[in-house]
Write a new protein. Sequence first.
Length: 205
Amino acid sequence: MTDTPTRRRAPAMSTEDRRAMIVAAALPLVAEHGAAVTTNRIARAAGIGEGTVFRVFTDKDDLLQACLAEAMNPEHVLRELASIPLDDPLAARLVQAAEALHAHLERMGTVIGALHVSGHHRGRTLGDRPAPGGRQASMTATHEALTELIEPDRAALRLEPATIASVFLGMLFPRSHPASGEAGPSPQTIVDILLHGVTAPGSPA
């Protein structure tokens, strides 16, 4: 007589893992529909019943806040910055960093904008619950990551890597709100200006 193999049940998903799974499914829908998206639609996208949503989130506002916090979470872009090879040329490193930071700002702006347009204003509902870590901590971590990217070329630079990182961030962040209303300069243009200035070689300026 042969033994019948015993099927092992998959380990139960933790509350935090389930929250993360629901938020991952909800984010594209929130970016598209803002607060108008229903929890039923989010549940279907996550492949779960709607009741499961409310076992890990207090209410819809709690879920929307979690989506906003995830969109603003700097950990994703910090991992991308850390993955940039330090043996790449400095210009290539900075272009990759600019593209990663721009993508992060785009994701964040899309979610915040969709919630605002749909009438779910941050100041009324979401703004009173700050994102984990805070904006200053996020900026500090990003500045440190950029400084590390620049550090290998310290000997060839006229300014300290930390100072260059600050200038670089100052050039990048206004890109989403150019004064002219037109699209801001490309990452390649920003890096070229940062490293070589705006005057032509041999110019008397």
